[in-house]
Structures are given as structure tokens and as C-alpha cells.
Ligand binder design. Structure first.
Ligand SMILES: Cc1ncc(COP(=O)(O)O)c(C=O)c1O
Length: 397
């Protein structure tokens, strides 16, 4: 007997596309190199593991409602490095990873029928929660600058705003494009948000992974933004903690109160990990720097190799550890490219079309393997591209 008749209609719709929490096991696995998912290959350092154990041994194993006060204070102190003064007690909410931060932020603001604007291309993890709340995802185009980085198309953004628009969500540094928003772009977005009285959701989970001379800027302290901004953060990439589920929201006191009122139960980030989170924020920065340096070496290596392949163009990302090369000159749709590359060469990457229409003509590589594996990926990619059937010449109208 099917359960659909018992199930909330939005969930029934999501069941049709959901993998039920399992990863696809289709295709070759031996010799496979997985650059499809953004799960860092670095392990959590021993001193953080020990901090988790020490917290349990010290009896920190009890209920914590919206998060441990000393963890929230440590987060507030950390975020000051972006020039913003926040009060840990009233402006930080602990979540179980960035994904729960997304869900809880949406739960607080989205009514059925509301429109939420995300940029195109954008991270896919926003799609299902928007659908779950019966809201509508609307895409605002990004266009490439002369260096090949996707940037907002302001005219298109203004054009897709309607009287149903509740919020605009953006991500800096961005997954998948690697773009880091400038302060001027943030000011422009803030101006639009204030003019149309719209909430801004600012996904900043890659804040610590920025390359070259760029620097992370936040939108929350621009005049008019405190009351309408929800910042989403996570330890997943910063401290390579994807399995430990540590995330948080930063917002103005009233918005924090609203998001805290979402009945998700008791704070689901385990207390010993919250205590270890304090240690990570105090002592974990050498580890973060080690990862950062290694990621940048990987990026530089692979950007050079990709650009040496005929038909592929790859800008060096400004932040985050993904490459989003343009493969449009190869004339193969990104989904077919990703599937065939996997079946023929056992390398997983993500098709750009999954991130939105503007992502077509691109694939995403998550640089979560050491250079020796990336070198092997590039060798396989060269062979794969060489063996692509010749393209039909463009038709003359
Ligand atoms: C842009 C972005 N936001 C949010 C998340 C979710 O973070 P978490 O892994 O902490 O749930 C991810 C994960 O890859 C992401 O790339």
C-alpha cells in the first residue's frame, strides 16, 4: 500500500525525486575519483576529537535549548573579525549544520505562495526546503564578468521581484561559482532589499576559504539590514566537520527570536560538540590555514591543467573549493558530460544544469582530493575530451 495518501503534499512531491537519503551506487566504483560532493578530505584534528571527549567526561551531556551560551559567545567574538559587533545571547542561534540553518530560516519566514529569489546558478540545497514550505523558488540570472566570474545581473534581479517576493538568498563566497561578492555589490543588494522591503538570507559558509587578495564582507551591518538579514553559517567546510553537524544563524535580536521560535525541538547540535566548537574557534586556526593553503595549491594546479584542454575555460575561483569550468565549446550538455565522464573514466563531477539554467555549459569539480588524484582526473579528462565525437559545424540560418 502506498503511503502517499498519508503524506503532506509537498513531501509526496519531494518523494518522487528524493534518493531517500542514500547515495547512488550506480556505475563503476573501483578506481573511482569522486569530485562530485563537497566533503573535505581532511580529518578533524586530534585536539578537537579530544575536546569532544573531555566535554562528555566533564558531564556536558544535558539538554541545551537554543545552544550553549559560551559557544554562542565564542561565535560572536569570532564574527567580530568581519567588523561586526554582535551579542552572542540574542543574535546567535545554534543549528545542526548549515542545512538545518537553511531549513530553520525558511521555516521562520516562508508562507505557502511566497516567492524566494535565488541566483542562477545556485547551490542545490535550497531547492527542496523551499518546495517543502510550499513557497516558489524564483531565479535571478548571473552573468559573467570579463574574468569569467558569475556576478548578479541587477536588471534581471529587479525584474523578477514581485509583490510575493519574501526574500532574496545569496551566497558569498559562492558554491558553485566561486564568486566573492564585493562591498559595492552588497550595498546594491541592500538598497534593493530596503526599497522592496525584502528579507536577505546571506549564506556565508565558505567565509574562511578565500583566495588571492579578496576578503569576505558581510551585508548584515549595512544600514537597514540588521532587522532583515539572516546569515547562515556552518563549521562543515571551515573545520572539515561535515559529519559533526555544526552550524549557526546570525541575525538581529528580533529576527533571531523569530527563527528561534520555529519548533524544531531542542538544539540538535550535541552539547559535547558545541563545547569542542569553542576549542576549534580558539585553537583551530592553524588547521584551517593548512587546509586553505592546500586547497589553493589544488585550485592553481587544476585551473592550469583545465585551461590547457581545448574547449575548456576555467576562471580561478575567488573563494570556496570548487571549480566551475565552462565546457560549452565542447558542445555536450553538462548532464551528458558528467554521466559519460563517470561511466567512461570513473570520475564524478556535478553537471552545471543542476544549479540552474545559467549553469548549463559548466560542470563543478569539488577539489576534495589530493593533487595526485587531481592529476589523474586531468589525465582522464584529457583523454575523455580527445575521444568526444566531433561536433557538427554550426548551422547557418
Ligand atoms: C552553499 C552551501 N550552503 C549550505 C551548505 C550546507 O552546509 P552543511 O554541510 O553544514 O549542512 C552547503 C554544503 O555543501 C553549501 O555548499
Amino acid at each position: 500500500m502506498g503511503v502517499e495518501k498519508y503524506v503532506k503534499k509537498e513531501v509526496a512531491a519531494l518523494m518522487k525525486t528524493s534518493r531517500g537519503g542514500t547515495r547512488s551506487s550506480m556505475g563503476p566504483t573501483e578506481g573511482m575519483i569522486n569530485l562530485g560532493a563537497g566533503d573535505p578530505d581532511f580529518d578533524q584534528p586530534e585536539f578537537i576529537n579530544k575536546a569532544v571527549y573531555d566535554a562528555m567526561a566533564a558531564g556536558h551531556t544535558h539538554y541545551s535549548f537554543t545552544g550553549e551560551p559560551d559557544f554562542k559567545e565564542a561565535i560572536a567574538k569570532y564574527y567580530e573579525k568581519y567588523g561586526v559587533k554582535i551579542d552572542g545571547k540574542t543574535q546567535v542561534l545554534i543549528t545542526s549544520g548549515g542545512s538545518q540553518a537553511i531549513f530553520q530560516a525558511f521555516a521562520a519566514i516562508l508562507d505557502p505562495g511566497d516567492e524566494l529569489i535565488v541566483f542562477d546558478p545556485a547551490y542545490t540545497g535550497y531547492n527542496s526546503p523551499i518546495a517543502y514550505f510550499g513557497a516558489k523558488m524564483v531565479r535571478a540570472k548571473q552573468v559573467k564578468d570579463k574574468e569569467g566570474h558569475f556576478r548578479p545581473d541587477w536588471a534581471n534581479l529587479e525584474a523578477v521581484i514581485t509583490d510575493k517576493t519574501k526574500a532574496i538568498l545569496f551566497c558569498t563566497p559562492d558554491n558553485p561559482t566561486g564568486t566573492v561578492w564585493t562591498k559595492d555589490e552588497l550595498r546594491k543588494l541592500a538598497e534593493i532589499a530596503v526599497k522592496h522591503d525584502i528579507v536577505i538570507i546571506s549564506d556565508e559558509i565558505y567565509t574562511e576559504l578565500i583566495w588571492g587578495d579578496k576578503k569576505h564582507e558581510t551585508i548584515i551591518d549595512i544600514p537597514g539590514m540588521w532587522e532583515r538579514t539572516i546569515v547562515l553559517m556552518s563549521f562543515s567546510k571551515t573545520f572539515a566537520w561535515t559529519g559533526c553537524r555544526a552550524g549557526y544563524i546570525i541575525a538581529g535580536p528580533e529576527m533571531t527570536k523569530a527563527v528561534s521560535a520555529v519548533p524544531v525541538g531542542i538544539c540538535s547540535m550535541p552539547v559535547p560538540f558545541q563545547k569542542a566548537g569553542i576549542v576549534a574557534l580558539e585553537e583551530g586556526w592553524d588547521f584551517v590555514e593548512e587546509m586553505r593553503v592546500e586547497y589553493e595549491k589544488r585550485l592553481d594546479y587544476m585551473v592550469e591543467r583545465l585551461n590547457a584542454i581545448d574547449g575548456i575555460k576555467c576562471a580561478k575561483p575567488q573563494g570556496a573549493f570548487y571549480l566551475f569550468p565552462d565546457i560549452s565549446d565542447l558542445g555536450v550538455p553538462s548532464m551528458k558530460f558528467a554521466m559519460d565522464f563517470f561511466m567512461q573514466e570513473k570520475v564524478r563531477c556535478a553537471p552545471g544544469s543542476g544549479y540552474g539554467e545559467m549553469g548549463e555549459g559548466h560542470v563543478r569539480f569539488a577539489l576534495v582530493r589530493p593533487i595526485k588524484d587531481l592529476s589523474e582526473v586531468c589525465d582522464r579528462l584529457e583523454r575523455f575530451v580527445k575521444n568526444l565525437p566531433p561536433q557538427a559545424p554550426p548551422t547557418v540560418p
